[in-house]
Design a protein around this ligand. Sequence first.
Ligand code: SF4
Length: 562
Amino acid sequence: MQREEMPVNVLFVGGGPANLAGAIRLMDLITGHNEAIEAGSKQGEAIQEPTIALLEKGSGIGSHQLSGAVLDPLALDELIPDWRTRDDFPLERMVERDEMVFLTGTGAIKAPWVPAEMHNHGKPIISLGLFCKWLAGIAEAKGVMMLPSFSGVDLLWDGDAVRGVRTGDKGVGPDGQPLDNFEPGMDLTAPITILGEGTRGHLSRKLIERRGLDKGRNPMAYEVGCKEIIELPAGSVTQGFAIHGLGYPLDMQTFGGWFCYSMAGDKACIGLLVACDAKDPMMDCHHLLQKLKTHPYIRKLLAGGKVVKYGAKTVTIGGWGSVPQLYTDGAMLVGDSASFLNPFRIKGIHLSMKSGMLAAEAAFEALVRGEASAAVLKRYQDALDASWVRQEMEFSKNFHAGFEGGIISGMIKTGLAYFFGPGSTIKPFSADFEHMKTLKAYYASGAQIEEKLEYDGKYIVDKLTDVFLSGTTHDEHQPAHLKIADTEVCATTCKEQFGNPCTKFCPAQVYNMVPNDETGRLEMRVDFSNCVHCKTCDIRDPYQQITWVPPQAGGGPEYGQM
Ligand code: SF4
């Protein structure tokens, strides 16, 4: 098949905060370099008409972005120092009330003391989707070529050096055969490819595996989070609040927590995060979020509220020990794809942005030298090791490992590490999926007693209603982008041992066990068009037989203000 080839100088894959910050930084460096040469204050050659491209699988920049989010503006201050005075900055509110709360079954205990690292007072509450859209506008104005509705499906190689990315074909039928509207993907070739695809990046995983970039590191670890935007009665939100909480509805074996932030107008958002290493095979983050909203403290906070938007995603919580080698010949890894999140603060946007900016500095150096070997791109790793990113992440390097023995021991270990330091070594932990217990081992009776919630379709909503509110669509005339190696395992071993956990942990009800028309046996049906691209199935499936691959680009959620 003849594929169009499009050569560019630097290719960013993924339109999240890491790559957008990187693209802006790179354009600033190139402009500064060219101006200095023209003014005669710098020796060397100008970088003539550079082509810097950014691929995004969503229909627009920001449409797949989801986070809390209270932004630590550390990296933004470096990148766009005047953001506070810009009229177009997409601010929801500034935090004026900052609290940490522990929920018991019916009560709430406000933490008397919160570590300084977790203070949010005076920080901006943002919608990550709108923030990315804003960054994209700035990058585009500086000359970055934005390519939304294009997904990277494969890496292009020159020996062991990355030489770009192949984008997905469009117009392929469910059987994999081309339809009348078939359009082959193109080969975007570049001496430097920067992968910032978010958590469990499809290409990032291929790169890490082929080049052994995770050798000697802990596996990446994740939490799945579900978030809703709640519309509240007119005039009820009068200040910017950021409330973080622990306890109900999670038990003392399951790591996670919740947040509730006010947003612009009369809106607030609420989210719950649960570790993907939860032992309970029936862990269902969406169900737990609805349960959280039934708590009297939350009911009072969100009184009269109506869910207007929903989304789900995974975040990386492995910390510094899970960060892979960040460079190889022709490529670098940034953002969530490289585990840049501080699990102690549950903050990662600032770390991701800084990683993108430092990768951009290495890319600039490579452009000037005309060489993008691993030896040149190692500059990124060195700069990151010397930066505040490493300093911040090193401090919480054993946070995740500390919780392997449960919540109480995790909190004690975290407290000791906070006051006496995290120790000199990185403690090992195993992959999330290895922690799931069988139904028999987790439930004394061998089966979960289904907990019923009263859905009112307004404040307590079922999963499918929430999927509708996420704006998710996929053209159904395409191959399923969730590949199950052997569906017989679903109907037999997995059903008996774990009770088909994917039917619970998937926050978009993609996986359903339905009776076979002829035999009546329960078998797996994959409703891939519901998928919100959170990757939980790829991470948490106990048999590791589900693989998420990019669907036809342009599909997926439409998160807007999320
Ligand atoms: Fe997330 Fe997988 Fe469900 Fe898609 S199918 S929403 S990636 S768990």
